[in-house]
Design a protein. Structure first.
Length: 154
């Protein structure tokens, strides 16, 4: 029973986290189901939506497998959630750094670095912050931890 409770809490945290802010921009805070507000080279504009749908499907499947008492390999959902979250986070940081370097180079070529601070301040306003990261990470952690909880029927 403890294992089921932990799994339900984990899946619930992930589900709620998908609808909490994960990205802060000058235009406001965005959740995983929002489009990326600017065109990022080599990244589909729906990348955040794809990530959100994938993570939400994992949370829903965790609920379903828990209800059906099929929890032997449920930790895989926790690992996949964590991997998807890390991949999105790292990929976004890499792309943001590339865009900043390109903007610095283009501004430097045009104006001789006179407006370098403008690009720096613009990119400083885009951050991967929000409660969504914490809720989803905690949910994935709960699902992985549930694998170590022993039950009588397993």
């Amino acid at each position: 029973m403890l294992k089921k409770i932990i799994l339900f809490i984990g899946a619930g945290l992930i589900s709620v986290g998908c609808f909490l802010p994960v990205l802060s921009t000058p235009g406001g805070k965005l959740i995983l189901f929002d489009k990326i507000p600017v065109q990022v080279p080599d990244v589909p504009e729906n990348a955040m939506i794809f990530t959100g749908v994938f993570i939400l499907i994992l949370a829903i499947s965790t609920f379903a497998f828990t209800l059906l008492n099929k929890t032997k390999f449920i930790w895989i959902n926790g690992i996949l959630t964590g991997v998807a979250l890390c991949a999105f986070y790292i990929g976004f940081h890499i792309k943001l750094k590339e865009m900043k370097e390109k903007a610095d180079e283009q501004i430097g070529n045009l104006f001789g670095n006179m407006f370098k601070g403008v690009a720096d301040s613009l990119f400083a306003t885009i951050e991967l912050t929000g409660l969504g990261w914490y809720f989803i990470s905690a949910g994935a952690f709960f699902i992985i931890i549930a694998a170590f909880v022993k039950t009588n029927n397993q």
